[in-house]
Design a protein around this ligand. Structure first.
Ligand code: CA
Length: 256
């Protein structure tokens, strides 16, 4: 729990210096609702605080039956569900919700060593899981990913051309002006993500979550360095980017 609190503080510090207004999935007054179903008081406190700091509206249920009830009546946007709960297990809560046709994204909290819970959890319809003890950073990244997945199904793209650049994301090949262009796997993934979200502002955090993954701890500067290298390779004039545009203090936007 100490580690959890420390991380929370670290996230707070970072959050105060890097506001990410566009990463709020909803407009003000229509906040994302998170239902936390968990019985350990410290865990509830840590989760609630962190979710509220993210700008989510939080509801808590401290046992399985209450959780099931709230999940049905309060219509949360996402459920954080512990497996070990009084009155009804998290697995049963999950199974029951899915049987009732409630498709709210569910992030399951499993305990270390309970490998079966992960497998069964996904089988009964959980969307993702984290294993305790987890970092709040990882948990929030997963929550954001689930919310994004739920609100927007982004079509995958096999190939994409812009100006004199031709990309094939399936074969991992790139050409510019008919010549082979040497892109690293990471650069491919960044481009793939930006192009799938073309026209939108993509935050550095989003790129870190989606391209680098949850477990690594790169810094936002890493993203900027990769973008700078990409621009050298794909922009007609890297000093005045026309395709990967900087959105001041937030991130980047891809434009064809
Ligand atoms: Ca528990």
């Amino acid at each position: 729990m100490g580690a959890l609190l420390n991380l929370r503080n670290r996230i707070r510090r970072r959050a105060t210096t890097e506001r990410r207004p566009d990463s709020e999935p909803r407009e003000r007054g229509n906040l994302v609702k998170v239902l936390i179903i968990e019985d350990e008081p410290n865990m509830v406190l840590g989760l609630k605080d962190s979710c509220e700091y993210e700008g989510y509206e939080v509801s808590v249920a401290r046992d399985g039956k209450k959780g099931l009830e709230k999940a049905s009546t309060e219509k949360p946007d996402i459920i954080i569900l512990d497996v070990m709960l009084p009155s009804m297990s998290g697995l049963d809560v999950c199974r029951t919700l899915r049987t009732r046709g409630i498709e709210t994204p569910i992030l399951m909290l499993t305990a270390r060593g309970e490998e079966m819970d992960k497998v069964v959890g996904l089988e009964v319809g959980a969307d993702d899981y984290v294993t305790k003890p987890f970092s709040i950073k990882e948990l929030l990244a997963r929550v954001r990913a689930l919310l994004r997945r739920a609100t927007k199904q982004v079509a995958d793209i096999e190939s994409f051309d812009f100006s004199d650049v031709e990309l094939n994301f399936k074969k991992y090949t790139a050409r510019r002006g008919g010549q082979a262009l040497d892109l690293s796997a990471r650069e491919f993934e960044i481009l793939h993500y930006l192009i799938r979200h073309r026209g939108e502002t993509v935050t550095r955090e989003q790129l870190l979550d989606e391209v680098w993954g949850y477990d690594s701890t790169p810094i936002t500067r890493t993203v900027d360095n990769h973008i700078a290298r990409l621009r050298q390779k794909i922009e007609p004039d890297p000093s005045e980017p026309q395709h990967i545009i900087t959105v001041h203090r937030i991130g980047y936007r891809f434009i064809e």
